[in-house]
Design a binder for this molecule. Structure first.
Ligand code: NAP
Length: 505
């Protein structure tokens, strides 16, 4: 349908076809009340599971929990599915739920602008204009690669790429490779890299805490049982959720929870790394849980291979096929002099820009205010979802909606439920739009600060992508249990919203 000015008219426009956008689309399609479209700038759905193709990519949340509760998959091949299997699952969700007809691939948002005159979003995309009553931003928080400040990166004679933009065309067999970073991506990459490269230098800025992973394949019998009896899948899901949820106590620095968790990680280190000098380098200097805790059964082993060097100093400079760090020695012949490494390939597993999403520079709310200006001191939203001055706009997976201890999909489902409640309320309210009040956002953020204050994320002595680097505030993470997030968003409170009517500003 067109609005008379050449724009396609929809009730809901969703930006992004990763887990959040697909989850929102499924629920809209199932209830069949609203017209909607999902625009996706890439050539395929899948979000992070489409983008991250590095060797060894997989999820460290068990798959029966890291999938939609309303679309279980009895066929997960292992406890922690690989990235490709998760991507296939998302594609199957799109097909199975009839989302194809709502999906526009290779369609990037250029600008979304709110218009008081008709209480709608005017959305300009690379495939034409839309007029949408509601806008759902589902572009993810780990989608924009962050490149480190390494001098002369472009002058590096060899090839380099970010972990989320893997260059599969370049064979790493027999190559000298530098791996920058020791986060969740890097520790999955290293063991696979070590099987191919002739020499590897791992540039570590901070040592991570690592717990055993305990992955395994599901047997044929288990998969048959899951398929035959859906109750077993939901029971397993509940069990996995409850197990993960127990870990919130440690993040809140409760004793003995945090001591036991720390000890488990240090015991793993001791069991896996016999050399005390190496253990020292691999001992984190901050409290457990402050950064994301990692899970691996093969990272420490890979680090101790003869052709792998752990360089406990950040890479500082790149020139003519070599990388130079600070002031330490190294163990292999690869170090040409002191801490200069001759490299053919540099892999940057250096994380993502999470605190300043670039899409915020493309969204204009009331009085043409840019979302990036509204968020100039850090992201903030009411119910982790709505932003003052941006009526009928919902941000999924954005401010204070990530978790450090349980499944992101549970959080997405919670937010999707909140959006549906808002749409239901709008439909019966007689209003054309809902604009959350500034006070509701402030009050919610005060609660976030209060909840976060004594947690390991604030008191743990580290930096992380959970916090805004400008203010130190926890702006990405929900600093409490997953269940408490669901409780908090369970009821849509109309009083937190100004009810707008066309022609009444
Ligand atoms: P990350 O956790 O942000 O880690 C980035 C790493 O790069 C850190 O070790 C960081 O060191 C290092 N680094 C950044 N700039 C550097 C520099 N200039 N010099 C040296 N080191 C530098 O990024 P990620 O590993 O891609 O993971 C991001 C998030 O994605 C994870 O927290 C997780 O939520 C998600 N993820 C999940 C899975 C999964 O299995 N579910 C897998 C991969 C990713 P510092 O710690 O010192 O900053």
């Amino acid at each position: 349908m067109h609005d008379g000015r050449g724009a396609t008219s929809v009730d809901v426009l969703i930006v992004g076809a990763g887990f959040a956008g697909i989850g929102m689309g499924i629920q809209l399609a199932r209830r069949g009340r609203e017209s909607f479209v999902i625009i996706e700038q890439a050539e395929d759905v899948g979000g992070t599971w489409r983008d991250n193709r590095y060797p060894g990519v997989s999820c460290d949340i068990p798959s029966h929990l890291y999938s939609f509760s309303f679309r279980p998959n009895p066929g997960w091949s292992r406890v922690f599915a690989e990235g490709r299997e998760i991507h296939d699952y998302l594609r199957a969700c799109v097909r199975g739920e009839g989302l194809d007809e709502h999906l526009l691939l290779n369609c990037a948002l250029e600008e979304a602008a709110w218009r008081d005159a008709d209480a709608r979003w005017r959305v300009r995309t690379t495939q034409g204009d839309f007029s949408a009553a509601n806008l759902v931003i589902a572009t993810g928080r780990l989608s924009e690669p962050k490149l480190p400040l390494i001098k002369n990166l472009d002058g590096f004679g060899g090839r380099w790429w970010h972990s989320a933009r893997w260059n599969a065309k370049v064979s790493l067999v027999g190559k000298r490779v530098g791996l920058v970073g020791t986060g969740a991506s890097a520790i999955q990459i290293l063991p696979r890299l070590a099987a191919e490269a002739s020499e590897i230098a791992v540039f570590q800025r901070s040592a991570p805490y690592i717990l055993p992973r305990g992955d395994r394949e599901y047997s044929r019998e288990e998969m048959e049982r899951f398929a035959a009896d859906p109750g077993t899948v939901s029971a397993l899901r509940d069990e996995l959720f409850a197990e993960a949820e127990k870990n919130i106590g440690a993040r809140q620095r409760r004793h003995p929870d945090i001591d036991l968790l720390r000890q488990r990680a240090l015991d793993h280190l001791t069991a896996e790394v016999p050399d005390p000098g190496m253990r020292h380098l691999l001992s984190p200097d901050y409290e457990i849980g402050c950064k994301r805790i990692l899970f691996s059964d093969d990272y420490y082993a890979a680090l101790q291979l003869d052709h792998v060097t752990l360089e406990p100093t950040p890479l500082a400079r790149i020139a003519d096929g070599s990388g130079t760090t600070g002031d330490r020695g190294s163990r292999t012949a690869m170090a040409a002099s002191g801490n200069s490494y001759e490299l053919d390939v540099l892999v940057l597993a250096t994380g993502f820009n999470s605190t300043r999403p670039s899409i915020a520079g493309h969204i204009r709310g009331r009085r043409s205010r840019l979302l990036s200006d509204e968020w100039s001191n850090g992201m903030a939203a009411h119910a982790s979802t709505t932003v003052h001055g941006f009526p009928n706009m919902y941000v999924l997976d954005g401010p204070n909606a990530a978790l450090g201890h349980n499944s992101a999909i549970y959080m997405i489902e919670t937010q999707v439920g909140y959006v549906l409640s808002a749409l239901d309320h709008l439909a019966v309210s007689g209003a054309d739009a809902l604009d959350v009040t500034a006070e509701a956002v402030r009050s919610y953020m005060r609660d976030i600060d209060k909840m976060a204050h004594d947690t390991v994320w604030v008191q743990g002595g580290c930096t992380s992508w959970y916090r805004d680097e400008r203010t130190g505030r926890v702006t990405l993470l929900w600093p409490n249990s997953a269940e408490s997030f669901r409780d908090r968003l369970a009821t849509f409170a109309p009083a937190s919203y100004e009810h707008l009517r066309v022609g009444v500003v």
